[in-house]
Design a protein around this ligand. Structure first.
Ligand code: IDC
Length: 469
């Protein structure tokens, strides 16, 4: 067996996203290119197998096609996987398939093929991604004996906040202190007015250590017995959870949980008071993200935008560098649940920097149409799934495993951060713990998990691989 390595690196050209740059001045990022590595993993008489890894170094792309050229007319693709492969003359195309059709910044797709050749089997040239040439040099047929296989850097050690530090929005992504896109995966509390007993030393240790969560969302309802009944008490409760998350190296997403009434301006004065206080108190912390309204409903995007443009300056005055997340129309569905979509935001974005837009879904209720909207919107807007459930929008019912998996795979591929509803023992399908769990001390064994909890723990506890350079 003869081994052939050819590593093609570099790529400098933009990925053709000028159209969206023009549309969304506040959100577009300059694409920087792509990287392709082509590796012959096995070769025999007149035949071979190769892997092609394409990494998107620019803004997210969707429906991509990778093309290249064989140096000889004898080289033919006989079979390919993880893409739809075709060949005409020496020109080869590999078009994305459904499940890998969107590539986030920094994300890769691993393709493979078997082929035939006669005589020599030189590595391909002229790789392009969506028509843009990926330049570079192609290695020779034989690797130098010491040529190591391409490897990813070793995973960083430390807590999520320790590694990533102060976050900011870059292009359509959430980026860390190294200006690299990251995804935060975590859990939302239930209403603090009802489930305070679920947030204690043992449960938060379990969230940080067993679940390896990056993020705790503190759902502070404003109505339904929440903030409006005791502003000082609920503000203190949120601050103590920010501290508890910080002590464990987790980010804290401070959720001003408006729901009914759906018009956020109903709570404008309360929001200004609350955010002036928590932003001043937590300004020096690196772990705080502000979510200024949970699920606006029954109001236009213009009303939500106006609310955001009144609350954001209050936060900035006290805490200038924190990321702020803005709810969207139709229960934070980007407008889809109101028969609209993300284009109303793209056309009329909030006049502020370092902000993201909220998308919420409940997997058993919101499926393909909503996933399509997120795939589209993610190329234009920085999105944060600050709340989602594995069940129906009522918060109850059975876990929809297939839809939940489709959603989580999509969010992972787009590096969209998320918090799951709920880290609680509420008597409803969306809760992670069985009823009664918060009356005890065990938050770690599998016996206390619901089906939703087991699913979410399995997804959140996988390694993060946050970039450090
Ligand atoms: C639900 C809770 C439920 C509670 C109800 C009260 O799961 O126990 O009785 O709120 O308002 C949302 C909201 C979130 C809802 C959740 C499930 O942000 O507050 O929680 N949901 O209905 N949006 C879509 C679904």
């Amino acid at each position: 067996m003869k081994r052939l390595w050819a590593l093609l690196t570099a790529c400098a050209l933009l990925l053709g996203l000028t159209a969206f740059t023009a549309l969304t001045a506040t959100t577009a990022s300059a694409a920087t290119g792509c990287r392709v590595s082509y590796t012959v993993t096995n070769q025999w008489q007149d035949g071979f197998q190769a892997g092609v890894k394409v990494t998107n170094l620019g803004s997210p792309v969707s429906n991509w096609t990778l093309k290249y050229t064989w140096p000889t007319t004898s080289q033919k693709v006989t079979q390919g996987w993880n893409a739809t492969w075709s060949q005409s003359g020496t020109a080869v195309s590999a078009a994305a398939v459904d499940w890998n059709s969107t590539l986030a910044t920094g994300a890769s797709a691993d393709l493979g093929l078997t082929g035939t050749f006669s005589g020599s089997n030189p590595a391909p040239t002229a790789f392009t991604l969506n028509g843009v040439t990926c330049t570079g040099t192609v290695g020779g047929e034989d690797p130098p004996p010491t040529d190591p296989p391409p490897t990813d850097p070793p995973p960083a050690t430390g807590t999520p906040v320790g590694i990533n530090g102060q976050l900011h929005v870059c292009g359509t992504n959430l980026c860390n202190q190294y200006n690299r896109p990251i995804q935060l995966r975590g859990m939302s509390t239930h209403g603090l007015q009802w489930f305070s007993s679920c947030y204690n030393t043992a449960s938060l240790d379990a969230l940080a250590k067993d679940w390896k969560a990056d993020l705790l969302r503190t759902a502070m309802y404003v109505q339904e017995g929440g903030y409006e009944t005791d502003p000082a008490g609920y503000t203190a409760k949120v601050n103590s959870l920010v501290d508890a998350a910080d002590a464990r190296g987790m980010y804290a997403l401070i959720d001003f949980h408006t729901l009914t009434p759906g018009d956020p301006t109903y709570n404008l004065a309360r929001a200004k008071t609350f955010f002036a206080s928590v932003a001043a108190r937590n300004a020096a912390k690196k772990n705080v993200i502000y979510e200024i309204t949970n699920e606006p409903n029954g109001v236009s995007w213009a009303t939500i935008k106006s609310y955001a443009e009144q609350v954001i300056p209050v936060i900035r005055a006290a805490d200038p560098d924190a990321v702020v997340v803005v709810g969207t129309r139709g229960w934070s569905s980007l407008g889809v649940s109101d028969g609209s979509n993300e284009s109303e935001i793209v056309a009329n974005p909030v006049n502020a920097t370092n902000i993201m837009y909220t998308f919420h879904f409940y997997a058993a209720s919101h499926t393909d149409t909503y996933r399509a909207a997120v795939s589209r919107a993610a190329t234009k807007l920085p999105l944060f799934v600050t709340e989602f459930g594995t069940v129906t929008y009522t918060g109850g019912g059975a876990v929809d495993q297939a839809s939940s998996k489709a959603w989580l795979d999509l969010l992972d591929s787009l590096k969209i951060s998320y918090a799951n509803w709920t880290y609680s023992d509420a008597n409803e399908g969306s809760a992670a713990f069985k009823p009664g769990t918060c009356g005890g001390t065990d938050y770690s064994s599998s016996a206390v998990l619901t089906e939703s909890g087991a699913l979410m723990k399995s997804r959140i506890s996988t390694p993060d691989s946050f970039p450090t350079s």
